[in-house]
Design a protein around this ligand. Structure first.
Ligand SMILES: [Ca+2]
Length: 145
């Protein structure tokens, strides 16, 4: 019994890796998220145009379990047209699907933006977080805090 399950293991995992590689094909963006607390809820990730920024409907969105630090997220090329975008990330610690804020409206869960943009009072402006994606893969590092 033990032996057969061990023998299955390489099969299972190479299949998973192949599946992921196929789905990813060419990356548009490779996001390296730092200061993630593994095992605490999920990461809400949005790649947003200006009109979508800070909203929940962006050009590309994904939700993944917070599982490593740093955690790398691939945005597939097939899912993102060239354009000007900003990335927003929330570590949704209680997995309720939204950014929790305190009575003053200040986030009580870690957030991060592309170019590590920070706002003076409240969230950063789109322009300070924005970057141009021209169809060539980009590596972005984002610190949550
Ligand atoms: Ca939350």
């Amino acid at each position: 019994m033990r032996r057969s399950s061990l023998a299955l293991l390489p099969l299972c995992c190479s299949a998973v890796i192949a599946g992921v590689a196929h789905a990813e094909e060419e990356p548009a963006l490779r996001l390296t998220l730092r200061n993630v607390t593994p095992g605490k809820g999920q990461l809400l990730i949005g790649v947003c145009r200006q009109a979508e920024f800070l909203g929940s409907r962006c050009a590309f969105t994904t939700v993944v379990p917070a599982q490593s630090n740093p955690q790398v997220i691939i945005v597939p090329k097939a899912r993102l047209e060239p354009g000007r975008y900003a990335v927003q990330v929330v570590q949704d610690r209680d997995s309720d699907g939204k950014l929790d804020t305190n009575m003053l409206g200040i986030p009580s869960e870690p957030v991060g933006f592309s170019r590590n943009a920070v706002g003076r009072f409240g969230p950063p402006k789109f322009d300070s977080a924005a970057f141009d994606y021209d169809g060539k893969p980009l590596d972005l590092a984002i610190d949550l805090g």
